[in-house]
Design a protein around this ligand. Sequence first.
Ligand code: BG6
Length: 477
Amino acid sequence: MGFPKGFYWGGATAANQYEGAWNVDGKGDSLPDHMRGGSFETPRQIDATLDAGALYPSHEATDFYHHYEEDIALFAEMGWNIFRMSINWTRIFPTGEETEPNEEGLAFYERVFDCCLAHGITPLVTISHYELPYHLVEKYNGWASSELIDLYFRYGKSLLDRFSGKVKHWLTFNEINVAGAPFGAALSLGTVQGYTGTMADLPNDINLRMNALHNQLVASAKLVKYAHEAHPGTMMGNMDCFILSYPETCDPADQWANLEGMRYFNWYSSDVQARGAYPSWARRMWAERGIEIEMQPGDEELLREGTIDFYTLSYYMSNVVGTHGTLEESAGNMTQGGKNPYLESSEWGWQIDPTGLRIALNEIWDRYQLPIMVVENGFGAKDEVEADGSIHDDYRISYLRKHVAAMREAVDDGVGLIGYTWWGPIDVVSAGTGEMRKRYGFIYVDKHDDGTGTLARSRKDSFFYYQKVIASNGEDL
Ligand code: BG6
């Protein structure tokens, strides 16, 4: 028993948090290029118009654009056989509305894929990871408009047509289900037309959010259908931000509230993407929450015809749901929830729950029976650099050890788990807070919140630990 032979081990990044080079080689500005850095206490601000004196963390990030060869060599040194990365839409279509892709952008990703393949690393590519062209935010209010379906299709098709010989595994949208929460929706849907203000004061219109999500689900299905027809052998996946929640008590009211919460946040989008239709309970949910989905002719056929080949998720934490008014609030990934007295939290309030990962994987497998990849999991923490340059990040090692052990249990439970990519294996900008000091990496990058730093890379203790985990295929923990 244990992890199957050929299990995928690697790491995951997103273009806007990692690449930098925000305005070179024809790249346009995307939504995150308009977001300032914040912190746990201070929410990030979105600027409709860029302020020349302000610091926007995505503009340089940790500069994968100019360090990709060095970084991929380090990934190979850890023993990876997969690298999840994303394409920046605005490198390919700077405003999102051009009719032809930008060759310089395509050429950059071609060099990256070739470099991965030369190291024996399979690229796993997210087509859209929180980086909508800002022009589409301004003109269409992002995914609120169904015009984006064809613009996304043109973009995705250009990637598949160019790279399907080198890239077999694709994810259409990162964490598509975060549309369910106002904070996540701003990043994933870009429905912040004309907005200057903080991420805490975002407008909260559930009808708009769920219709914008519908547009993404249709766009995803349309591209999946095309990929299957035009590029047989391509593996197309969803990507959900899986936040397991537990009922606070055995009161049936708590049980029901939790079941509804799990449906709303975790199952709604993936039921569509894996099964090809909205679940039967969606109609009642829409009615009770004041949602009217503007279904266009042909949408239902597309959803039916564009189902995914594998299921992927991010998993960081779990939550608690209750109806007794006794729950303490806790912070979390893209959304908020209730505090669990049995769990410890990170400094950013994310509750650490490896057993929850085993539960989640079992539930997903029971529901869909599709191959599963955990494409994000990780621990954000401040690191201390010792005088000799070493970084002793046992907190990160401990998190990794427990989550790999939980995955191994799930594999032994019979779950069809095929891969694992740790989030931010090299330090990148935090999506939620825009900070550098919230680090996930096994590789440290000398880059700080004030924008200073040499961008030099160095190995933390966790680098060597992950190397050992991979070399033993998850046995030596
Ligand atoms: C996931 C996102 O929700 O969480 C990533 O897909 C993000 O983009 C990751 O970076 C960790 O969140 P944060 O806010 O700590 O960067």
